[in-house]
Design a protein around this ligand. Sequence first.
Ligand code: HEM
Length: 355
Amino acid sequence: MDSYKHRPSSAFNSPFWTANSGAPIWNNNSSLTVGPRGPILLEDYHLVEKLANFDRERIPERVVHARGASAKGFFEVTHDISQLTCADFLRAPGVQTPVIVRFSTVIHERGSPETLRDPRGFAVKFYTREGNFDLVGNNFPVFFIRDGMKFPDMVHALKPNPKSHIQENWRILDFFSHHPESLHMFTFLFDDLGVPQDYRHMEGSGVNTYTLINKAGKAHYVKFHWKPTCGVKCLLEEEAIKVGGSNHSHATQDLYDSIAAGNYPEWKLFIQTIDPDHEQRFDFDPLDVTKTWPEDILPLQPVGRLVLIRTLTTSLLKMNSLHFALLLWFLEFTIQMTSYSRLVSSPTLIPRGTG
Ligand code: HEM
């Protein structure tokens, strides 16, 4: 046999079905049996693998942030912050890094309307030369709670009542009335900002305080902020009812349509920094996730721009398997209870099938 002729012309153009391992499958139609009517042999590896793959081909949806849309693009450094960080992807103006971004709502399920009053997720995965860095943020700069111990209870209060499957205000207010620290985030949620017009017109924030470390080992506390170049736009209650009534995927559609039309969504990245040696100078705790850092005393410093240029060509299933983690060596979480809880929560998600 001429082995050259029988070699597949490319890894993606094999004339055979292949097993997960890449081994060729000669028969994809009949099980391996002892006789014409069975029994089936356990050594029929392909049958076992095919059924196992099929049985698991649905990835359970995220417990929060299930409803979302993703797009790819790049991040480009526009301002030199190398005095603050040794991160390779922030090393100099002009450096570009590929990214994937996932926007989401938080509480309701995968098929829920995108017009609900709910915080929005703004998660950016930077594919840096030093490994992936996931900057997992929200559209509001503060969080409801400080201690991640309360996160499951908070989410359960916000989720529909398990008995009726209806979201009930009394359950939400019952929980949050015991947590006055949540009031700041509520002022965003129930303000005109509570329903973003779409994903393109909303801000993003890292929320947690991170630490940037420079080449000399000096640390700075940092907050990350994304500002859309097309401005912030939101829907009023009546507008949201109208938009949601005619298209429950309007924000996903807007993202896809604007990229397809070459109207690439863009955000500028800004940081605010505090030297940890000076943290006592403020009348608020810079590590308190329910507080913002006043921009008049801690001005926004430009860093770069994020441009989305490609929608995802992979299936919805693949999109749902996009997983955001929270670790990278040069950007550390500071000692905040919410951030530690997120760190602990992150690897526990791998069994969900995302990995
Ligand atoms: C307080 C502790 C927290 C816990 C225990 C927690 C837990 C989780 C969990 C379980 C998921 C689902 C992930 C998946 O199944 O793939 C998730 C997603 C997410 N979380 Fe948190 N979270 C916390 C705090 C935060 C904070 C403070 C923010 C905002 C900065 C945030 C933003 C997000 C976003 C944007 C996603 C969706 C990421 C995506 O699009 O896949 N979380 N979180």
